[in-house]
Design a protein around this ligand. Structure first.
Ligand SMILES: O=P(O)(O)OC[C@@H](O)[C@@H](O)c1c[nH]c2ccccc12
Length: 265
């Protein structure tokens, strides 16, 4: 496991190096060219909204081998099998970690999974540069994650506009009121509230409940992290939250899709 002190800073520093390497292997012009010739996206937001509108649980099931806070979650890790299990278990969308160093993810996991299932997919990655936005579209992701804690207002603006212009949905992730206020200025149709503080790893479901009050209108709110059991789901439901991003609770079980069904029905 990795020392937790300002893990986010370490991740971003590493990400900057990785992007420089990627550009050397595959120049930006090439990735842009490739992004013009890709299959249609699957409607990540729409899939969630259809369920939430009728107050059904809309679960984004995460494929994550390891995390800096918990270490290896699943030794026997076959992303395509897990994705199929999630689809059978009633997941609405998938979230797939592609960061190698800190989460033992891989771009190839997303590429392989996309062929095997028909669910919309979120690339779970630390996006800080337009290069990665094109790359995300090319690998077949339907939605992009933008973490407010890693980005300036100008970056959030630029990266979200670019993602939308490439037909991807945008999930903007916040952890506190300050980030939420910045994110709301983008006027996006969905917002993720992360119950885990990415600087300290502390998890509190109260984060979602507190921040929810600040979100008006029909913004689709996704509660992220720390949802472990039916009790947690009931608490969210009683606060009129119907969309969830869940990883650990499923990854630690032999049959992730079955656990999904158990917790959410
Ligand atoms: O495994 P959990 O506690 O169910 O959490 C899932 C997801 O919310 C979490 O993996 C996550 C939320 N935001 C992130 C940003 C980067 C990496 C990971 C994350």
């Amino acid at each position: 496991m990795i020392n937790t002190s300002d893990i986010l800073k370490k991740i971003i520093a590493k990400k900057r190096q990785e992007i420089i390497q990627c550009i050397k292997t595959m120049p930006l012009t090439e990735v842009i060219e490739q992004s013009k010739n890709v299959p249609k996206t699957r409607g990540f937001y729409q899939a969630l909204k259809t369920k939430v509108d009728v107050k059904q649980n809309a679960v984004i099931a995460e494929i994550k081998k390891s995390s800096p806070s918990r270490g290896v979650l699943r030794k026997d890790f076959n992303p395509v099998e897990i994705a199929k299990s999630y689809e059978l278990g009633g997941a609405t969308c998938l979230s797939i970690l592609t960061d190698k160093k800190f989460f033992q993810g891989d771009n190839q996991y997303l590429i392989n999974t996309r062929i095997a299932v028909s669910l919309p997919i979120l690339r779970k990655e630390f996006i800080i540069d337009t290069y990665q936005v094109y790359e995300t579209r090319v690998m077949g992701s339907d939605c992009i994650l933008l973490i407010a804690a890693c980005l300036t207002d100008a970056q959030m603006n630029e990266l979200s506009s670019l993602a939308i212009s490439l037909s991807m949905d945008v999930l903007i992730e916040v952890h506190n009121l300050k980030e939420l206020k910045r994110a709301l200025k983008l006027n996006l149709p969905m917002i993720g509230i992360n119950n885990r503080n990415l600087h300290t790893f502390e998890v509190s479901l109260q984060t979602t409940i507190d921040l929810l009050k600040e979100i008006k209108g029909d913004t689709l709110v996704i509660t992220e992290s720390g949802i472990l059991n039916a009790e947690n789901v009931a608490l969210m439901k009683s606060n009129n939250i119907h969309s969830y991003l869940v990883g650990e609770a499923f990854m630690c079980q032999p049959n992730p899709g079955q656990t999904l069904r158990e917790i959410f029905t």
